[in-house]
Design a protein around this ligand. Structure first.
Ligand code: SF4
Ligand code: SF4
Length: 95
C-alpha cells in the first residue's frame, strides 16, 4: 500500500514567486508577546518561523501553497493574507 502525505502532494505543485510577499505580519510586537506561536505549527508549508535572535516571525512566503489557514488560525489575527498577484503563486498539477 502506498502512502500519500502532505510532503508527497507538495511535489505536485509549481511556484512562480513574486518578489513581494503576499503575507504580511501586521504587528511585530504582537508576535513578540504571542506565547503559543501557533503559526509555526499550523502552516503545512512551514512558511512561518520564530527567529529567536531577531525576535520576529520570519515569513518564507515563496513556499505558500495558498491554503488560507493563516488568515483564520492566528489567535491574534495578526497576519494579513491576500492571494498572490495575478500570474504568481502556485499551480496545481493533476494526473
Ligand atoms: S503570527 Fe500570530 S500565531 Fe504567529 S507569532 Fe504572530 S501572533 Fe503568534
Ligand atoms: S496560506 Fe497556508 S500555506 Fe500559505 S502561509 Fe498561510 S497557512 Fe501557510
Amino acid at each position: 500500500m502506498s502512502e500519500c502525505g502532505v510532503s508527497d502532494r507538495l511535489f505536485t505543485i509549481r511556484y512562480k514567486c513574486d518578489d513581494k510577499s503576499h503575507l504580511i505580519i501586521k504587528e511585530r510586537d504582537t508576535c513578540l508577546s504571542c506565547k503559543t506561536k501557533d503559526c509555526n505549527y499550523f502552516c503545512p508549508s512551514d512558511v512561518y518561523e520564530w527567529d529567536k535572535k531577531q525576535k520576529m516571525t520570519t515569513v518564507a512566503y515563496e513556499n505558500c501553497i495558498e491554503c488560507g489557514t493563516c488568515r483564520l488560525a492566528c489567535p491574534s489575527h495578526n497576519i494579513h493574507w491576500v492571494y498572490p498577484k495575478g500570474g504568481y503563486g502556485i499551480t496545481y498539477k493533476y494526473g
